[in-house]
Write a protein that binds this ligand. Structure first.
Ligand code: HPA
Length: 245
């Protein structure tokens, strides 16, 4: 089955990917974040798209053309999507060092093009989104983490915020009360658009900081970048094990 990998912060390129072709796809929704790289990693073909792409610098989370990204991956024939998200942790059990495989999300984003049904498609679907991530794909990712001996947590609620700023301490308290374990900026509308296209989708989260107000330390981009390096190495170990399955 053809696999699409959507990389986020820290995964602007995929170490070890032997690139076979680069596809500059145009879609009815505009251009995706970058030309999609078709390549081989761990003996398996995959299609790689960095969601923050952009030739003129990283595209911020609220300006990513999620519809074009998903549409372009479908054009490539992708049948499953494995997405990476850098996140901040609210839950004390989810501090950096383990990958988190969320099972639920709460969408706090606004003003993003979040559906292919924009009144011009001639269709209107109310997709079932009870379980936003594909359970079978999550199961395969979890098996791969076990095989690779990569530390992970199975199940978390990701709150998806608008960004690009980080939160206030009071906002984080509210997200905690809502039941969020993690906060990220790019999980939506990506997951819902994938559901609209009927492409099974699952996410793996790399925790890069404790969310605002969780501890006394200010959140610094330098600290985030340092943590991201070790989290990305964990992520690549997991991805390679997944591709070898
Ligand atoms: N909040 C929201 N998104 C994030 C964070 C955070 O603390 N860290 C990385 N992405």
């Amino acid at each position: 089955m053809s696999i699409g990998l959507i990389g986020g912060t820290g995964l602007n390129r995929l170490e070890g990917l032997e690139v076979l072709a680069s596809h500059a796809v145009d879609t009815p929704y505009g251009r995706p974040s970058m030309a999609i790289e078709e390549g081989v990693l761990s003996g398996r073909k995959l299609f790689f798209l960095h969601r923050h792409g952009g030739s003129g610098g990283p595209i911020p989370p609220h300006l990513v053309n999620y519809r074009a990204n998903l549409w372009a991956l479908r054009e490539m024939g992708v049948e499953r999507i494995f997405a990476a998200n850098a996140v901040g942790a609210i839950s004390p059990s989810m501090m950096p060092g383990k990958l988190i495989i969320p099972h639920q999300l709460i969408d706090y984003t606004w003003g993003r093009e979040h559906s292919f049904d924009d009144g011009s498609s001639g269709s209107l679907q109310h997709v079932d989104f009870t379980h936003p991530y594909d359970e079978e794909l999550r199961g395969e990712i979890i098996r791969a983490a076990d095989d690779a001996g990569v530390a992970y947590i199975d199940g978390a609620v990701m709150g998806v915020v608008q960004g690009p700023r980080l939160e206030t301490a009071a906002e984080v308290k509210r997200f905690f009360q809502d039941g969020c374990d993690l906060l990220g900026m790019t999980g939506m509308p990506e997951a819902a658009l994938s559901r609209e296209l009927e492409i099974p989708y699952a996410a793996v989260c790399m925790v890069v900081n404790a969310a605002a107000g969780i501890n006394d330390a200010p959140i610094s981009m330098d600290a985030i970048r340092a943590t991201l390096l070790s989290e990305t190495a964990l992520f690549v170990d997991l991805l390679e094990a997944f591709l070898k399955q």
